[in-house]
Write a protein that binds this ligand. Structure first.
Ligand code: MN
Length: 205
């Protein structure tokens, strides 16, 4: 059984930036449905169950395109998203993460600009991520960190990248509060909610 993880804060804690109503649906309906759908799929899979439920990371890496991947990745992505935002978020990163951001993007403002551009340019439903690039890219002279988009349920661990932060750009993440104004959702998220401490913890791991 895959469990729905508890939210790291109360459902009204992100208001007024993201409303309790959005959390009721986004966490209580959407995230919960991905958990329930995945458990049904695994229960119907004779290869899982007796030996225990595979980890979400194993399912994401090995499932290949299809319903198991979609639901496993959506469970993982949402759990990661709830930690990527926080009522005490916003502000500036510091320490080793800040140095890595400066080295890869030139400045934190440049990173915020790129996150906004990528999120607003992510056509349809998907996710925008800050990642440490795959180890097999490290010899190419490219930056250590990058902003990448995935479509639908996509997750950058499939390509070997380490997620540091994610932003949900599915309309269900913002439509009740911002309607179609994804740029306004992004501006508020970056100013008030983004959890640099979570990214720093991931960067240090
Ligand atoms: Mn979502």
């Amino acid at each position: 059984m895959i469990e729905l993880p508890a939210l790291p804060y109360p459902q009204n804690a992100l208001a007024p930036h993201i409303s309790e109503r959005t959390l009721e649906f986004h966490y209580g309906k959407h995230h919960a449905a991905y958990v329930n759908n995945l458990n049904k799929l695994l229960a119907n899979d004779a290869t899982s169950g007796a030996d225990g439920t595979p980890s979400l990371e194993t399912l994401i890496t090995n499932a290949g395109p299809g319903a198991v991947f979609n639901n496993a990745a959506q469970v993982w992505n949402h759990t990661f998203y709830w930690q990527s935002i926080n009522p005490d978020g916003g502000g500036e990163p510091n320490g080793e993460l800040a140095a890595a951001i400066d080295a890869s993007f030139g400045s934190v403002d440049n990173l915020r600009t790129e996150l906004t551009a990528k999120a607003c340019g992510n056509f349809g439903s998907g996710w925008t991520w800050l990642v440490r690039r795959a180890a097999n890219d490290s010899g190419d002279g490219g930056p250590e960190l990058a902003v990448v988009n995935t479509d639908d349920a996509g997750n950058p661990i499939v390509d070997g990248h380490q997620p540091l932060l994610t932003i949900d750009v599915w309309e269900h993440a913002y439509y009740l509060d911002y309607q179609n104004a994804r740029p306004a959702y992004m501006a508020t998220l970056l100013e008030h909610l983004i959890n640099w401490d979570f990214a720093a913890t991931n960067y240090a791991s």
